[in-house]
Design a protein. Structure first.
Length: 111
């Protein structure tokens, strides 16, 4: 079904963060106009059923939205319901551990 899928991207050096766009890349609008509304609907349906992670919505890892990300409120809400900690900015709760001091045997004997 997706045999003609073409991905566009750029090679980047993870050490050097740069906000420069790749030379010769098409804009999002140019890329999205090359698929039909029916294909877009099928793609959206596939994403809703199978996508469980998108770095664009990962608020735990990326506090500020990345420049290449276009946020879809519906998709954000769906992912937030799936994993509220990662996608909703919720806090990870670690249970409080109570460490009780054990009385030493000599202290226990004296009681």
């Amino acid at each position: 079904e997706f045999s003609d899928l073409v991905l566009h991207g750029c090679a980047v050096d993870p050490i050097e963060f740069s906000s420069k766009r790749c030379d010769g890349t098409q804009s999002w609008e140019q890329l999205t106009t090359s698929i039909t509304p029916s294909q877009r609907s099928k793609m959206d349906s596939f994403r809703r059923k199978h996508m469980t992670y998108s770095y664009c919505y990962d608020q735990t890892r990326y506090k500020i939205a990345l420049p290449e990300c276009v946020i879809n409120p519906r998709e954000a809400e769906r992912l937030k319901k799936f994993d509220p900690v990662t996608f909703g900015g919720g806090r990870r709760h670690h249970g409080k551990r109570h460490h009780h001091m054990r009385a030493s045997r000599s202290e226990a004997d004296s009681i």
